[in-house]
Design a binder for this molecule. Structure first.
Ligand SMILES: CCCCCCCCCCCCC/C=C/[C@@H](O)[C@H](COP(=O)(O)O)NC(=O)CCCCCCCCCCCCCCC
Ligand SMILES: Nc1ncnc2c1ncn2[C@@H]1O[C@H](COP(=O)(O)OP(=O)(O)O)[C@@H](O)[C@H]1O
Ligand SMILES: [Ca+2]
Length: 571
């Protein structure tokens, strides 16, 4: 926050100002449109450092941003006795207490909900404070007021229901958010409910409690519903899709929780609940996956053939093991060391600002995503790029130059976002972007077990997993894969809009037919076909998140106001 912004906040017209009792002193509390507080100590028994969000040690002026307040309420008896402890005699003079809940940033991108209690002289004063604060919050139009919540009771360690009821619902209630809660009874319950039954105008967002699979269900329900309401045919691979109006919140309770982790920086249910309450908004790319012009599925995180497809296929039979099924199947798949032959054709995102190895991480307010959205807009409709054919292994279509790569692969992964998760805190593609309209296509060619292990281990530390001779990575807008022996990338029109026949390369059958096909892992679901066409749809959905915030707390109001008008800032 800039100092000038701070002064603008301070100089807002006052909505309410009173002398209230706080901790061991009487303070002047002021509320304006953007901040609560800025209270000056009137009477102090002993010097204490206050300790909430924006307060520093020596401060005798403090503030909370209204945008970071969860809600205000009359303080319940027990809260009051617990927190006021030894100050009873003072509290008796100010018996009418109210609590303001607000968000506080803690370590590792986690947020917590903290309370601060003020005491008033009479009931009328208390009512006035609670109402005025809550009225200001209700004016924040980005905040959701009604949410539709789906809980998968079987996600992860089967604690979804408990997590929601114990950790999340109380926060929603503090923020005066009303909810319709549905505990799913079977797979695709949430998807089908959203597709056909819900009146989407009756809510401000959808929340899923579960893992990446549950999120995927909600995405399918919302995206399909939006397309059918707009009469858009999802079966056309190059069709521009209509963005979804409602935002989606994820309360992580699953096995991988990669989408939550990559969009908030942690897999903590309370943090996610607070992002939802604040009304955060993070746009996100969605890949559509087709087989021969028939829509199969959407993907937002990982599309993986070979290693991750095989891990998933094996792990599905071991659901009873919970999240550790992936480690077990991962080890087994690693030992099997299977490779697969096929042809990958892709359309590089050459006009994109970034590349998968540029060391630029996607962070809150990412400018690469902003630029990517502009480019994607230009690329849609009539603004197609017409580029010349450059060399023999490149093919042109109406919208750019396609590259074709044949080979034997241990893994083919498309990461539309970093895919950071607790198992791999930097993710499959650490510099991939949430909303730039591209996916990072990672080709891991046949290599020795030891080399592949070295590559995998690099996902868990700071070393570059792409800096290996058998690994290549491309930032792409579209791609197609054809396994060996399939009817080939032949006479296939990869650009429906241009009408040109391109990519008429024949993936010839290889003599050593001993490898077979793998399956595609599409955000944790197994796809029924190996031959797929994938297109990225820039910013098709929005999450209640803000991306991973940059490291320091400097951006987040660690400021102290020193006597007079000089300000000092602490990192
Ligand atoms: C040697 C250690 C190597 C660790 C490599 C870790 C890489 C992890 C990358 C994870 C990317 C996750 C992308 C997200 C996928 C999810 O959509 C999807 C569904 O999630 P859900 O069940 O919550 O709904 N999840 C998955 O497909 C799970 C992928 C997890 C793969 C774990 C692989 C572990 C590999 C262990 C290899 C062990 C070799 C040891 C040799 C001595
Ligand atoms: N009530 C239910 N019973 C069985 N399966 C369900 C139910 N609700 C959702 N599912 C399915 O469970 C799968 C896994 O859900 P997810 O929340 O991702 O958990 P996990 O992270 O443990 O895999 C998803 O494919 C989802 O469609
Ligand atoms: Ca992306």
């Amino acid at each position: 926050m800039l100092i000038s912004e701070f002064f603008i906040m301070v100089n807002q017209p006052t909505l309410l100002s009173s002398q209230l009792f706080y901790e061991n002193r009487v303070v002047e509390v002021t509320l304006n449109r953007v901040m609560l507080g800025f209270w000056k100590e009137i009477e102090t028994r002993r010097k204490r450092s206050a300790s909430f969000n924006c307060i520093s040690k020596d401060a005798d002026h403090h503030f909370l941003l209204v945008s970071e307040i969860v809600g205000a309420r009359e303080t319940e008896e027990e809260d009051q006795t617990n927190k006021d402890g030894g100050r009873k005699h003072k509290v008796l003079l100010y018996p009418y207490a109210f609590t303001v809940s607000y968000t506080e940033r803690t370590k590792h991108h986690c947020w917590r909900c903290k309370d601060i209690i003020f005491h008033c002289l009479d009931e009328a004063q208390r009512q006035q404070w609670v109402q005025t604060i809550n009225n200001q919050l209700s004016l924040l139009s980005i905040r959701p007021k009604r949410l539709l919540v789906y809980i998968n009771p079987y996600s992860g360690k089967q604690r979804g229901k408990w997590i929601y009821e114990q950790r999340v619902a109380p926060l929603f209630s503090r923020a005066s958010i009303s909810t319709d809660v549905i505990v799913t009874e079977s797979a695709n319950h949430a998807r089908d409910h959203l597709k056909t039954e819900v009146d989407l105008k009756q809510c401000d967002g959808v929340v899923c409690v579960g893992g990446d699979g549950m999120f995927s269900e909600v995405v399918h329900g919302l995206v399909s519903r939006t397309q059918s309401d707009s009469r858009v045919d999802q079966n056309q691979p190059n069709q521009d899709l209509v963005p979804c109006a409602l935002r989606i919140g994820i309360i992580p309770a699953g096995s991988t929780d990669c989408i939550c982790y990559s969009t908030t920086g942690t897999n903590d249910p309370v943090t996610s609940a607070l992002h939802i309450i604040m009304g955060d908004s993070q746009p996100m790319d969605v890949c559509s996956v087709h087989h021969n012009n028939t829509f199969l599925r959407y993907s937002v995180s990982l599309l993986g053939y070979g290693f991750y497809g095989d891990v998933l296929t094996d792990s599905e039979r071991k659901r009873w093991m919970g999240p550790s099924r992936y480690d077990f199947s991962g080890l087994k798949t690693f030992l099997t060391h299977q490779y697969y032959e096929g042809t990958v054709a892709f359309l590089p995102a050459e006009d994109n600002l970034g590349n998968p190895r540029d060391k630029i991480k996607c962070r809150t307010g990412c400018h690469i995503c902003e630029q990517g959205a502009n480019n994607a807009h230009l690329l849609s409709g009539d603004h197609v790029h017409k580029m010349a054919e450059e060399n023999s292994d490149k093919e042109t279509s109406g919208d750019g130059v396609w590259r074709v790569i044949r080979g034997k692969f241990l893994a083919i992964n498309a990461a539309s976002m970093s895919c950071a998760c607790p198992r791999s805190p930097r993710g499959l593609s650490p510099y991939a972007h949430l909303a730039d309209g591209t996916t990072d296509l990672i080709l891991v060619r046949k290599a020795s077990r030891l080399d592949f292990l070295r590559h995998l281990i690099r996902h868990t530390n700071k070393d570059d997993q792409f800096d290996m001779s058998f690994v290549e990575v491309h930032r792409v807008r579209r791609f197609r894969f054809v396994p060996k022996h399939s009817s080939v990338i032949s006479e296939v029109d990869l650009s429906e809009t241009s009408g040109k026949k391109i990519c008429n390369q024949v993936c010839t059958a290889h003599p050593n037919d001993d490898t077979g096909h793998s399956n595609w892992n599409c955000d944790g679901e197994i796809l029924p076909h190996a031959d797929i066409q994938v297109s990225v749809h820039c910013q098709l959905i929005r999450l209640f998140a803000r991306g991973v915030e940059r490291g320091t707390t400097f951006d987040t109001y660690t400021c102290s106001v020193i006597e007079g008008s000089s300000l000092s800032w602490q990192a």
